[in-house]
Design a protein around this ligand. Structure first.
Ligand code: FES
Length: 111
């Protein structure tokens, strides 16, 4: 099992455990847990409505692509700890991470 934490929009922290053999993105897992992630592009890395802040464990994650960084650059609330949850695969790399939800705040949305 992989375990990580999610801090919701009310700053409540939940512990999440998920089997490591699944082939899902963090965005898909968050939606499965009923977090309010619009994900209007379906995980293609185009809408930024899955924006999260990695409060713990940023440096253990796979590096973001240039395309992801370009989209994060235009978000008004992005920080150096920002990532797109749809671009993070569930793997041992996220063990112990703490993700703060930014979706539905002031993230960019083309719709
Ligand atoms: S779901 Fe659209 S960028 Fe992640």
């Amino acid at each position: 099992m992989i375990s990580f934490q999610v801090e919701d929009l009310n700053n409540q922290i939940d512990n999440i455990e998920f089997p490591e053999e699944v082939s899902l993105s963090l965005m898909e897992v968050l939606r499965a847990w009923n977090y309010p992630i619009p994900a209007i592009c379906g995980g293609k890395g185009l809408c930024a409505t899955c924006h999260v802040i990695v409060k713990n464990g940023l440096h253990q994650l796979q590096e973001p692509t240039e395309r992801e960084l370009d989209l994060l650059d235009i978000l008004p609330d992005a920080t150096y700890r920002s990532r797109l949850a749809c671009q993070i695969r569930i793997s041992n790399l996220i063990e112990g991470c703490l993700f703060h939800l930014q979706a539905n705040k002031k993230s960019y949305s083309p719709c």
